[in-house]
Design a protein. Structure first.
Length: 352
C-alpha cells in the first residue's frame, strides 16, 4: 500500500510529532527515507515515546503552539514541505470538558492557522488533516458512519473536530478552490491503540500502569463499543492517501476518508480488557461518570478507503492486542524506539 520510492527524500511537515501517534509516524517516515520536520508543543507527561526517539529522525523541529499564527506560519515557511500531515490537536474528550475554550482554539483556530500558512507556500503542496471518527452526529443507532453522514458532536472535543472539518472543506473547495497546486483532504480514524502511549485516561496505558502498580483499573464505560485499530493501520492509510492526492491530477482525492477496522469486528471496552488480561495481571472496577456525555457506540464504514485507495487494515483485533501487549511487556526505559521500529518493520513486511 505504501510506495517507498515516493517517500524517499520527500520533505514532510508533521504537526503533533511529539505525541504518541506522531512519534509512530515520525519513525515510519524516517524508515521510508523522508525528511521530516516536526511542529508541536513539548511532549506531555513524565513518560512518552517521543523522548526516546533519536534526534536524527527529525530534519528540523519547532516547539510551538499552533494557536500562535505568526510563529506557526514562520515554521511552515521554513520547512517548505512537499506534504503536510496535521496531527496536532487537543485529543482528549475528558480534557475537552475541563477546558472547552482551549480545545476549540487548538482544534479549530489551530487548523485554520495551518491552512492560512499553506496558502503562503510556493509550488505544489498536499496537506492531510487528521480529525477523528467522533466528528459524526451520533444518534446512538449503531450505524456505520459514512463520510457523507452529517457532522456534529455533543462533547467539546467531538464538536470542535466537526467544526475543523467545516474549516478544512471551506479552504479546500472555496478559498483555495482556484489554486490547483494546493490539494487538501481529511482523515477520520477510529480509536487508535498500540505501544508507547502513556497519556492519562486512555485505556491501554491505564492498563499498563495498573499492572505495574497493582492498583485497580478504573473503567468508566465497559460496554462502550469502539472501532479499535492498531496505530499502524491508519498511518499506512494516511500515507497512501497523501501519495495519491499528491500524484493524481484534479480533485478526486480531495475529500474526507474513514480509516477503521473491518466491518463487524468492533469490540467493547470489556473485550479489550479481557484481551489484555492475557498479557498482564490486573484487576478493574467500574466507576461510571454520569457528569459527561460520551457516545456508547461508534463504528465506521471504511468502504470508500478500500475502494478508492486500495487500503485495508492489516491487523485484526487479536493481532492488535498481541502487538500492543508485547510492546508493553518488553518495554524497558530507553528501548521504546527499538521496539516500535521492529514492530513497524514486521508490519511493513505484511504490506508487500
Amino acid at each position: 500500500m505504501i510506495n517507498q520510492n515516493f517517500w524517499l527524500g520527500k520533505k514532510v511537515l508533521l504537526t503533533g510529532h511529539t505525541g504518541f501517534k506522531g512519534s509512530w509516524m515520525g519513525i515510519l517516515l524516517n524508515m521510508l527515507g523522508a525528511e521530516v520536520t516536526g511542529i508541536s508543543l513539548p511532549a506531555v507527561g513524565p513518560q512518552n515515546l517521543y523522548s526516546e526517539l533519536p534526534k536524527a529522525i527529525w530534519s528540523k523541529e519547532f516547539i510551538l503552539d499552533i494557536r500562535d499564527r505568526e510563529k506557526l506560519t514562520d515554521a511552515v515557511i521554513a520547512a517548505n514541505p512537499d506534504i503536510i500531515l496535521h496531527f496536532a490537536a487537543q485529543a482528549s474528550v475528558l480534557e475537552s470538558y475541563r477546558d472547552p475554550v482551549s480545545t476549540w482554539q487548538t482544534n479549530v483556530d489551530g487548523t485554520q492557522n495551518l491552512l492560512e500558512a499553506v496558502g503562503m507556500l510556493n509550488g505544489p503542496i498536499s496537506a492531510l488533516f487528521v480529525t477523528t471518527d467522533k466528528v459524526y452526529r451520533n444518534n446512538e443507532k449503531g450505524i456505520d458512519f459514512k463520510e457523507s453522514d452529517p457532522l456534529g458532536g455533543i462533547d467539546p472535543y467531538s464538536s470542535s473536530k466537526a467544526a475543523a472539518e467545516l474549516v478544512i472543506h471551506s479552504y479546500s473547495k472555496g478559498i483555495y478552490g482556484k489554486r490547483p497546486e494546493i490539494k487538501i483532504c481529511s482523515a477520520r480514524a477510529g480509536n487508535v491503540i498500540g505501544g508507547g502511549d502513556w497519556l492519562e485516561n486512555r485505556i491501554i496505558p491505564d492498563i499498563a500502569r495498573a499492572a505495574k502498580s497493582g492498583e485497580k483499573l478504573i473503567v468508566r464505560n465497559p460496554d462502550s463499543i469502539r472501532p479499535w485499530q492498531h496505530v499502524s493501520d491508519p498511518l499506512f492509510g494516511y500515507l497512501t492517501l497523501a501519495e495519491l492526492i499528491s500524484e493524481s491530477p484534479g480533485t478526486h482525492y480531495q475529500r474526507p476518508f474513514n480509516f477503521g477496522p473491518e466491518p463487524g469486528v468492533n469490540r467493547t471496552v470489556l473485550d479489550l480488557i479481557n484481551a489484555m488480561k492475557t498479557h498482564f495481571e490486573f484487576d478493574y472496577q467500574v466507576e461510571s461518570d454520569e457528569r459527561f456525555y460520551e457516545a456508547k457506540t461508534l463504528s465506521l464504514d471504511i468502504s470508500q478507503a478500500k475502494q478508492m485507495l486500495s487500503w485495508h487494515p492489516l491487523l485484526n483485533f487479536d493481532l492488535t492486542m498481541d502487538l500492543t501487549g508485547s510492546w508493553y511487556r518488553h518495554y524497558r526505559p530507553g528501548n521504546g524506539y527499538e521496539i516500535t521500529k521492529n514492530q513497524l518493520g514486521e508490519i511493513l513486511s505484511r504490506a508487500h
